[in-house]
Design a binder for this molecule. Sequence first.
Ligand SMILES: Nc1ncnc2c1ncn2[C@@H]1O[C@H](COP(=O)(O)OP(=O)(O)O)[C@@H](O)[C@H]1O
Ligand SMILES: [Mg+2]
Length: 235
Amino acid sequence: MQYVPPSALRGHDLEPLLAKHGLTSAWLATHDFDSHSTANVARVTYGETVAKVPFHYRSARTTLPQLHAWIVGLVAEAKRRQAERGAPIASITHGPSLLLLGATGVGKTYEAYGAMRELSVTGVYCQWAVTTAADLYAALRPRHGIDSEAEFRTYRDARLLLVDDLGADRKPTEFTEEINFRLINHRYEHYLPTLITTNVGPKELASRLGDRVASRLAEMCERIAIKGNDRRRAA
Ligand SMILES: Nc1ncnc2c1ncn2[C@@H]1O[C@H](COP(=O)(O)OP(=O)(O)O)[C@@H](O)[C@H]1O
Ligand SMILES: [Mg+2]
């Protein structure tokens, strides 16, 4: 792991994220040249996270207690495994998944990126990937010269995966159903933490995603329903 000097984080408003985990910016700025220190792990993870969070959600912060509790659980499990194995740093490897349900514009993507930002400053390393379901299908369509299986594996095997807008496609095809199944089944079998957002109602999950996917999601995910109006139209 590279050493990131504290000056790299200048100008980022991280106090509120840190405070949720009893941490301070003084801790994050610990300048001890130790690449395995929890503060450096947080600086590295936060730096990688900034690169993945879209501009629109760059200041997102979760408002949902269940999302915060999920993060606390993942962090505790990573630290427990680190102690058990005597590993130099704690990393997210396994854990439960979450399903954020709600209509268009209620804040699902905002909450999801807020959660990734919050997780990134806790001092636990998190290698995470993000894709919308639509982008995933597009990336995996068989094309000349592209190894779509290798592409698929980067999402399938990510330590933590954010799948935004699962089931948003009006007409599922055999191809999209197969991708959904292979992705969710793998993450289910290996207990890989996955944060999924969907605007599909709880009762339509089986018809829109297929029984096999809906059944696995029911077991592997805690469900959080976000209520409210379309915030994009409220302004
Ligand atoms: N808690 C929040 N505080 C401030 N803005 C929010 C919050 N939640 C959502 N938004 C804003 O509302 C809009 C819709 O949120 P978004 O997460 O994109 O909705 P969707 O549920 O469709 O994914 C976005 O512009 C987002 O930045
Ligand atoms: Mg969204």
